[in-house]
Design a protein around this ligand. Structure first.
Ligand code: FMN
Length: 189
């Protein structure tokens, strides 16, 4: 087991060649420089449509259990999502809906990166903030940043090469990990 704090990376895009996923993959690449282990969540497409009838211990779908376990194991969560029609992509809102009935995300340090062009993506951010408020996640404000990255800004290998972007991503991971280290561990028994 790694002794490094683990940050779970959640991309809101299912698109092959997604810029948002590329930003998170770049964060994953720079994570060791701030003594963080960043883990990419890959189950977005497998999550069923949220149905409260299935949100019980007896009938919880396996992909939802896996999502909740991944959240539970992480010291913090970093989200990078596109904006669709002025808000979050429906598939990503669906993921967040599945977190409401579990307790794993409560008090979990969470931040997001808005990788849209300057002046874009405010609807995505506003929805994310509102929904995370309902989940009880601990929004780490200094780690919620705008890092505009366009498709043409990706280097060979699909990562962001810009050293300033990479520095910002490392800083965000460090802030999240520090917040996770301060999160009180519930008493057992
Ligand atoms: C269905 C759809 C709706 C979109 N709506 C918006 C929008 O409301 N505001 C915006 O700034 N961009 C919008 N976009 C553009 C995407 O946010 C943009 O292409 C983003 O880079 C896609 O992220 P990805 O590369 O990670 O898939 C939309 C794209 C699609 C496909």
């Amino acid at each position: 087991m790694s002794a490094l704090p683990e940050i779970l990376l959640l991309s809101g895009s299912l698109r092959t060649g997604s810029t948002n996923e590329a930003v998170l993959r770049t964060a994953q690449a720079v994570a060791p420089s701030v003594q963080v282990r960043a883990v990419m969540y890959g189950g977005l497409a497998e999550l069923p449509h949220f149905n409260p009838d299935d949100d019980t211990d007896l009938s919880l779908p396996a992909p939802v259990s896996e999502l909740r376990t991944a959240i539970d194991s992480a010291a913090g969560i970093l989200i990078c999502s596109p904006e669709y029609a002025g808000t979050l992509p429906g598939s990503f809102k669906n993921l967040l809906d599945w977190t409401v009935g579990g307790t794993e995300i409560c008090d979990k340090p969470v931040a997001w990166i808005n990788a849209a062009a300057p002046g874009r993506g405010q609807g995505m951010e506003a929805t994310l903030r509102a929904v995370l408020g309902y989940t009880g996640a601990d929004i780490v404000e200094p780690a919620c940043v705008r890092v505009p990255v366009d498709r043409g800004g990706l280097a060979e290998g699909g990562l962001v090469a810009d050293p300033e972007v990479r520095r910002q991503l490392a800083e965000v991971l460090g802030l999240l990990a520090a917040s996770g280290a301060r999160t009180p561990v519930p008493e057992q028994g």
